[in-house]
Design a protein around this ligand. Structure first.
Ligand code: HEM
Length: 490
């Protein structure tokens, strides 16, 4: 039996060993300002609630500057909203791995492009890039147009019916588009999609994922079982993977009878199953990548369209300007075809979309980690093993970059003469650099087609005030209270 003196000695030895093993990080304390936090805990206790994350980050960034260092328990951690440092990080081949917080994403949706570590990520990204090429994207035009025409019809019964939450409707719409463009247009007939069951399953999975990010002990199956959370979580996961597996299987059987059309070969599922047939991807790879792409596409795009409508409802003067531009391009109401060329002529809509993604950036924080020592442009070397939180939300609202009205919605922020002196990494809704969003062109094209049809046919208003918006970090940006919108016919 060990006496208490022996226990104390053992603890001291462990503590000294622990401090010794972290020694390469200590110089950062003197080089980068930031909250030291409590011994052993650092600032981890401040970040246990998703409701508080943006507020805590803002508090420390305001107090210590745009680049800060702290500890998450034993883990060294920096938060950054300085565009120059962000550029260094996004372009360093040693910062390609996502932060440890993405373990929750792996667990919930399987390891796909979003969270895959190097060197596998580079291989998968190169193989999947053709599924996001320009020609293929333009070929999705008919799907984007047909689905937004259905959306117009879905909104019809809401006209003059008081204020409504349009987000669920828009999410169902973008999920329809994402599944069709990823897995082929025949999936729209699936009962699982039509009954909104897939949407409900993704919501439930996203909720579990977020809980696991902020309560990492939930990553343990045993703890989930003890807390009674495993059964539902496992059920949802298997529902989604069964759904995707069946689509892959039907593609493979059909594929043997009728090979995909040549122009279809790069559509995600054709590309991925072809890689599988050639032994480059496993079935699990195809399943994980399909799920990741649908996940990556639908919520972000739905929120972008929804938040843009909300902002335009709050600022009717900008809604009118957008409407005038669209009316010039499409003189008649009702359904009309929006081509890629038309979207290139929507210059005011570009200002609106950019400004919307600046003030309500769909992905507020992204996380990376250093895989090797990384030399930053300010001379500081980040050692291997540092977690990095890139605070896009506060970068986009930084008064030093965007001026005194940084926190309000003003599309003029994006006029060329206002943008010319800004650092290219001041605006990064899709991140930038080596591991940027693979779907950014897709997102912009589909959002512009949707907004053009909606704004030409309907006018949106709200009694909710911009100043009352309040935000929650939920992997994607969520509004604590969703502004409801009134829909009127144009
Ligand atoms: C407005 C809509 C969108 C926004 C704001 C957005 C934003 C982002 C951001 C910030 C990242 C980087 C995440 C990180 O570094 O942790 C990302 C990655 C990704 N996005 Fe998007 N996204 C959007 C739409 C889409 C669409 C439409 C797709 C697919 C069709 C997509 C697929 C992906 C994938 C697969 C990744 C992981 C890329 C990689 O690591 O190689 N996203 N997105």
């Amino acid at each position: 039996m060990l006496t208490w003196q022996l226990w104390c000695t053992l603890l001291c030895v462990l503590w000294i060993y622990f401090l010794w093993s972290r020694r390469r990080f200590y110089r950062l304390i003197f080089q980068i300002p930031g909250p030291v936090g409590y011994p052993l805990v650092g600032m981890a206790h401040k970040l246990l609630h998703k409701e508080d994350v943006l507020r805590v980050f803002n508090h420390y960034l305001d107090k210590h500057g745009p680049f800060i260092f702290s500890w998450l328990g034993p883990i060294p951690f920096i938060i950054v909203k300085d565009p120059k440092i962000i550029q260094d990080i996004f372009n360093s081949p040693h910062c390609l791995n996502k932060g440890i917080i993405y373990m929750a994403i792996d667990d919930a949706s399987g390891q796909g492009l979003f969270s895959k570590p190097e060197p596998l990520w580079s291989v998968h990204r190169k193989l999947l890039n053709p599924a996001f090429g320009h020609k293929l994207l333009v070929s999705f035009g008919p799907i984007f147009n047909a689905e937004s025409a259905s959306l117009l019809k879905t909104l019809e019964p809401l006209v003059d019916c008081g204020e409504k939450n349009l987000i669920p409707l828009l999410q169902s719409f973008t999920l329809n588009i994402a599944t069709q463009t990823t897995m082929g247009s025949e999936v729209k007939y699936s009962e699982y999609i039509r009954s909104n069951k897939l949407l409900e399953a993704y919501h439930s999975l996203l909720e579990s994922m977020t809980d696991m990010c902020f309560s990492p002990w939930l990553l343990s199956k045993t703890i989930r079982q003890l807390l009674g959370r495993e059964e539902q979580y496992a059920k949802i996961k298997s529902q989604i993977s069964d759904f995707i597996r069946k689509i892959i299987e039907s593609k493979l059987t059909k594929g043997s009878e009728a090979p995909p059309l040549p122009e279809d070969k790069n559509i995600f599922l054709n590309l991925a199953t072809d890689l599988m047939n050639r032994g480059i991807f496993t079935t699990q790879d195809v399943q994980n990548e399909s799920s990741t792409i649908v996940f990556g596409a639908f919520e972000t795009t739905a929120n972008t369209v929804a938040y843009t409508l909300i902002l335009l409802a709050m600022f009717p003067e900008y809604q009118e300007k957008a409407f005038e531009e669209i009316r010039t391009l499409f003189p008649n109401t009702g359904d009309f075809e929006v081509t890629y060329g038309d979207t290139q002529n929507m210059t005011y809509m570009d200002l609106i979309l950019n400004e919307s993604m600046r003030v309500l950036t769909p992905v507020p924080i992204v996380a990376r980690q250093t895989m090797q020592d990384v030399q930053l442009s300010n001379g500081i070397v980040l050692p291997k093993g540092v977690q990095i939180g890139i605070d896009i939300f506060h970068l986009h609202r930084d008064k030093n970059i965007w001026g005194e009205n940084a926190e309000t919605f003003d599309p003029e922020h994006f006029l060329p003469h206002h943008m010319q002196d800004k650092h290219p990494y001041s605006f990064i809704p899709f991140t930038k650099g080596i591991r940027n969003c693979i779907g950014w062109r897709y997102a912009l094209l589909s959002s512009k087609i949707t907004l053009a049809k909606l704004l030409r046919n309907y006018k949106f208003s709200t009694s909710f005030k911009f100043e009352d918006l309040d935000f929650v970090e939920d992997i994607t940006l969520k509004l604590r209270k969703v502004p409801l919108l009134e829909v009127q016919k144009r």
